[in-house]
Design a protein around this ligand. Structure first.
Ligand code: SF4
Length: 344
């Protein structure tokens, strides 16, 4: 368990309660529970049979949970690694999978698909990280090669000082040359990993947005400047780094706003060191959108997503977002080879 304390970083959540599945109150899991109890000394520990008792309570308000998330310690059973849908780009890897070492996120983006996917905003930490890693290793042996995302349903780097999930996965998989792992983040927290030698098969993928988009839609996330600095630090230390401009949002004066983002990226001199980049529009499957609107009834963005694109996903209407996408695509292709620019 990492050594940072909650007092050292005021942005980290102060969980008032830790819910623990009964199964985990016995060895071999008990020691992990005790570590969390020692870490969050002010939290009340509550036993529950299965984490779904709390995460699938229909009566609970998603926004209330988001404001005061509880920590749930659970063990993942059943299938531990899942195939990705073709809604996400596979970056040229045919065997594209994802795993969920943690469920839910510290940040609060208005467009987040997790609010449509999960009925609960509580943070779930799965104690059997190593069992999930073993399943990844088996699958890689069966398939010969595996591309895996472990931060689609969370932002593990944002919480690295508390949970150390990225570190566990790097220790478990850095020697597995058949496995490539992407860790996506909006954090400014590369420092939590900077003592490690860059694992050759891990890609840190930063999602960046212009500051007006951060201010309006990405509550609780670090400012653009801080993310960019973290990204630069990773590049300087020889890590594989991906740039994600996703979702692109046609805010007021979008052409100038995204032009200024590229100016900031140019000034940061990131292009040469980057692995690749991806960009895409805001999009959500209908059932998630329905659920997300319930979770955040005040959101104009979620209400306005009424156009169906070719994959059947819902997105914003109007010509601006396609013009924006063209502008960003051209700007990326001016700075990187086309083969390293992916559209999501
Ligand atoms: S950082 Fe990603 S996972 Fe977290 S709230 Fe924002 S969109 Fe959702």
């Amino acid at each position: 368990m990492p050594s940072a304390t909650q007092e050292q970083d005021k942005t980290l959540p102060l969980f008032s309660h830790i819910y623990v599945e009964s199964e985990l109150l016995e060895p071999p899991w008990l020691s992990t529970v005790e570590k969390f109890r020692d870490r969050f000394t002010r939290a009340t520990l509550v036993e529950l049979e299965h984490y779904s008792q709390l995460t699938q309570r229909r009566s609970a308000s998603w926004l209330d949970q988001k404001r005061s998330p509880k920590l749930i310690l659970a063990r993942k059973h059943g299938e531990l690694v899942y195939p990705c849908s073709d809604v996400a780009p596979n970056f040229g890897h045919p065997n594209f999978f994802y795993a969920v070492p943690m469920q839910n996120c510290l940040y609060d983006c208005e467009y987040c698909y997790l609010q449509g996917m999960y009925t609960s905003a509580h943070m779930v930490y799965f104690v059997n990280q190593n069992e999930i890693i073993q399943r990844v290793q088996e699958l890689a042996r069966e398939l010969g090669e595996l591309y895996l995302c472990i931060a689609y349903d969370n932002d593990i780097l944002a919480l690295e000082s508390l949970f150390g999930v990225a570190r566990i996965w790097m220790e478990g998989l850095r020697e597995e040359s058949g496995v490539t792992v992407e860790i996506r983040t909006k954090s400014a927290n590369f420092s939590a990993l900077s003592d490690l030698e860059a694992p050759p098969n891990f890609i840190l993928a930063w999602t960046l947005s212009p500051q007006p988009v951060v201010d309006r839609f990405e509550q609780k996330t670090p400012p653009l400047k801080a993310r960019l600095k973290s990204m630069q630090q990773a590049l300087e230390k020889g890590w594989r780094v991906r740039l994600c401009l996703d979702p692109l949002l046609p805010v007021k004066d979008w052409s100038r706003v995204y032009g200024e983002l590229f100016q900031a990226l140019d000034e940061a001199h990131i292009w040469e060191g980057l692995e690749d980049s991806c960009f895409g529009l805001f999009r959500m499957p209908k059932p998630y959108l329905r659920q997300a609107r319930k979770a955040r009834p005040e959101s104009a963005l979620l209400q306005e997503a009424r156009s169906k694109e070719e994959r059947g996903l819902y997105t914003l209407g109007g010509p601006e977002q396609h013009q924006l996408m063209e502008q960003v695509k051209n700007a990326l292709e001016k700075r990187m080879e086309r083969s390293r620019v992916w559209q999501t």
